[in-house]
Design a binder for this molecule. Structure first.
Ligand code: ZN
Length: 500
């Protein structure tokens, strides 16, 4: 390999080190940092991000990229070299648009707005968060202008997470989802069927729940030599590198499923990061492809496996061992029904599989209006509540269970929410493809869920950031993102459960 190639890898490795260090600070912020540590953390993060940004947008980097693109133009599309150059070029062109001032301001605003949001949520008072959100939005608008767009500034922000999707394409997919998903939920509500959720709403002591989370990670094959599970207010996963992947969860004493599904979900993300080809470490390929693909992995584990009858059949003996009293007299039928109750609810992360996407449509619509200025921040709580009333037939009674529930906007993540619903769509496309292999179905019947991890690793995880969402959909499932399989899946499952 040429000297220039080695130079590029060495620079990218150093930038990756800085970004990984930011991830450590970010993880600390949401797990163990005392509230008073916030100000100094904001400076540290801003300094590291500035260093990484400046190293990345340097003229030397631009020249190296240009020379190597010419030198390696005949490399196959899915080669390590072509992948690195493609992903680096995309990020470089984006970063080049942003001034050092804007990058620093965004980093500072992120830390301060996060603190304001946490306090506002705790006190259920949107006014505490409002000035920080207004400032963040102003910066996000500047960022969108700097990144440039054709139709709407939201396109520029969405592109940061989904390089090959635009607002109109996402809106079309969501319209197609709405057409069948909303009537399904209306029919479920009209059925009048009440689900007995008492088996999962008992007192489950914390020590037992923690033990259960570790058993789940073992079942899924999450590698604890290269990962950890901790607690956070808002569960998330972060990677410091392929060899160090951090999961978080949140346990509630009278709810078995909230923690359980958070852990499965986050471990789905974690397995993706751990499954990336080790030779990609310290390069821009050492992360999941996109947020939608990432979410397809967590959703596949959480919903298609975690909410299936088969999974609970294998989980019941473990639950009986850890919670013998609570599980006395509870059979698989009651449990399967209880974990699949469909009920419009205020909190997105606790939403059932059937109503989940509706929470996303609401956020997708609101954040477009916030970015374009059609909706003023001061009017956001009311607009939020109105949408919940119209989509889900319920109206939040306070800001904590309404507009303040999610962390995303406080950290400047506009354009992120749609990726959750896109991940849902892709998860079923992938699942349908995977299940066509006879070995997989046979292993699942025996409770061997690690075969899923192997298949996903071979077909998706190993490639890291090599491909985009649509490329992965096409390569793995033979077609682009398509809502059909997802809608067929939820209709079949919930019509049976609710006798429709
Ligand atoms: Zn997720």
């Amino acid at each position: 390999m040429s000297e220039k190639w080695q130079q590029l890898l060495s620079r990218l490795g150093e930038i990756h080190d800085l970004e990984g260090s930011c991830a450590v600070l970010g993880w600390d912020q949401q797990t163990y940092m005392p509230p008073g540590g916030n100000q100094v953390k904001a400076s540290q993060l801003a300094t590291l991000l500035k260093l990484a940004h400046n190293m990345f947008v340097s003229d030397e980097m631009g020249e190296l990229l240009e020379d190597l693109e010419a030198e390696m133009k005949d490399m196959p599309y899915d080669s390590f070299e072509a992948g690195i150059l493609r992903v680096t070029r995309r990020a470089y062109d984006q970063a080049k648009c942003l001034s050092e001032d804007l990058v620093t301001e965004l980093a500072k605003a992120r830390t301060l707005a996060f603190a304001a949001w946490a306090k506002a949520k705790q006190e259920s008072d949107f006014s505490i968060f409002r000035p920080q959100l207004e400032h963040t939005l102003e910066l996000k608008r500047q960022q969108a202008e700097a990144l440039t767009y054709t139709d709407t500034p939201y396109d520029a922000l969405l592109r940061l997470y989904e390089p090959d999707l635009n607002t109109a394409q996402v809106a079309l997919l969501f319209t197609q989802l709405r057409e069948r998903q909303v009537p399904l939920i209306t029919a479920i509500a009209a059925s009048g069927k009440k689900v007995d959720t008492s088996p999962i709403r008992q007192h489950f002591p914390d020590a037992g729940q923690w033990k259960l989370q570790l058993r789940l990670l073992e079942l899924m094959g999450f590698n604890m030599e290269h990962g950890r599970l901790d607690r956070a207010e808002h569960p998330f996963t972060t990677s410091f590198g392929i060899q160090d992947v951090r999961l978080t969860t949140h346990l509630y004493p009278t709810d078995l499923c909230s923690g359980l599904f958070s852990t499965i979900h986050e471990a789905g993300h974690g397995l993706y990061e751990q499954g990336i080809d080790p030779k990609y470490e310290r390069t821009p390929l050492a992360n999941g492809a996109t947020l939608s693909v990432h979410e397809s992995q967590s959703r596949l584990w959480e919903n298609l496996i975690g909410r299936s009858r088969l999974f609970w059949q294998h989980l019941m003996p473990i639950l009986r061992e850890i919670f013998p009293q609570q599980m006395a007299g509870v059979n698989i039928d009651r449990m399967y029904q209880a974990v699949n109750e469909v009920k419009p609810s205020f909190i997105r992360v606790d939403a059932d599989e059937a109503t989940y996407n509706l929470h996303i449509f609401i956020r997708f619509e609101l954040e477009q209006d916030l970015i374009t200025g059609k909706l003023a921040v001061a009017d956001l709580p009311e607009a939020w509540n109105d949408k919940y009333e119209s989509y889900l037939g319920i109206r939040p009674s306070n800001d904590a269970e309404g507009v303040l529930q999610d962390v995303h906007w406080s950290t400047g993540m506009f354009g992120y929410f749609p990726t959750y619903a896109l991940g849902n769509i892709l998860s079923v496309q992938i699942w349908d493809t995977m299940k066509q292999e006879p070995d997989i179905s046979a292993a699942l019947l025996k409770g061997d869920f690690k075969v899923v991890r192997y298949w996903l690793r071979k077909n998706i995880h190993a490639y890291g950031r090599m491909f985009t969402t649509q490329e992965i959909a096409q390569r793995v499932t033979g077609r682009p993102l398509t809502v059909g399989p997802y809608l067929d899946y939820i209709e079949t499952k919930y019509k049976e459960l609710y006798g429709l």
